[in-house]
Ligand binder design. Structure first.
Ligand code: FPP
Length: 233
């Protein structure tokens, strides 16, 4: 892996927590807890090697269909993670943002998210984007509505790619050069549908809680071997 030629933006679908737990005879929630630890160590590693943006899929607009007990355990984990992060942010110099509509979340979680974002404005290290109640289609529809409003207000350029992108949660952030999906499935599952137009897609059977620095190094090395043509020749 060439540390001088890193992608600016890496996105990850953190999949396989449930199977990791099942293999060990543990409840699925134990898999999510281990997945949150993996997230912490991968985010720290990405910051150390100089990745500018890391975007992770923590909870999708479809994940509400899971049993209430599992949903609440993921929300509790997020609360715990954010409480700890707020304490550690100064030391870690990690900037956090959230993609997705947070209004259906608990008041406590929303408050923690707002506090985290507020503190984040003081830091300029790796920017970690946590996708929470996020869906790619939902994001595109929201952006389309904003563009339509702008068009109705007289902005004839409201439907350009630039204006459309500026209405996405990821406004101002370069598209991910690579999307990594551990857990064996080969699909995007409604993740970053607009932003993934030219992303390289890396799939591995490793389950997310087992995903290590070596695994991310392998993904980056694979990415560095790709020829990216963006529709040219
Ligand atoms: C997918 O695995 C994982 C999720 C839907 C939840 C991801 C949440 C975390 C890693 C914990 C909290 C995150 C942060 C950022 C602190 P799955 O349950 O679908 O796995 P399976 O396919 O093996 O069942």
């Amino acid at each position: 892996m060439d540390f001088d030629n890193l992608p600016r933006h890496i996105a990850i679908i953190m999949d396989g927590n449930g199977r990791w737990a099942k293999k060990r005879g543990l409840p699925r929630t134990a898999g999510h807890a281990e997945g949150a630890e993996t997230f912490r160590s991968i985010a720290t590693y990405c910051k150390e090697i100089g990745i500018e943006y890391l975007t992770v899929y923590a909870f999708s607009t479809e994940n509400w269909k899971r049993p209430a007990e599992e949903v609440s355990s993921i929300m509790n984990l997020l609360e715990k993670y954010l409480c700890e992060s707020i304490e550690r942010m100064e030391r870690d110099n990690v900037k956090m943002k959230f993609f997705g509509d947070i209004t259906p979340l608990s008041p406590k979680l929303r408050q923690l998210i707002e506090r985290t974002c507020e503190i984040s404005t003081h830091y300029d290290g790796c920017q970690v984007n946590i996708c929470l109640n996020y869906g790619g289609r939902d994001e595109i529809l929201r952006a389309a509505k904003l563009c339509a409003e702008s068009y109705a207000a007289g902005n004839a350029d409201a439907f350009s790619e630039d204006v459309f992108s500026s209405n996405l949660w990821s406004a101002g952030i370069p598209d991910p050069e690579i999307i990594i999906r551990p857990g064996g499935e080969k699909r995007l599952s409604n993740f970053l549908l607009w932003q993934s137009a030219y992303s390289e897609l890396y799939f591995t059977d490793t389950l997310w809680p087992d995903f290590s620095k070596e695994d991310i190094n392998c993904a980056i090395a694979w990415f560095q071997g790709r020829e990216r043509r963006f529709g040219g020749i």
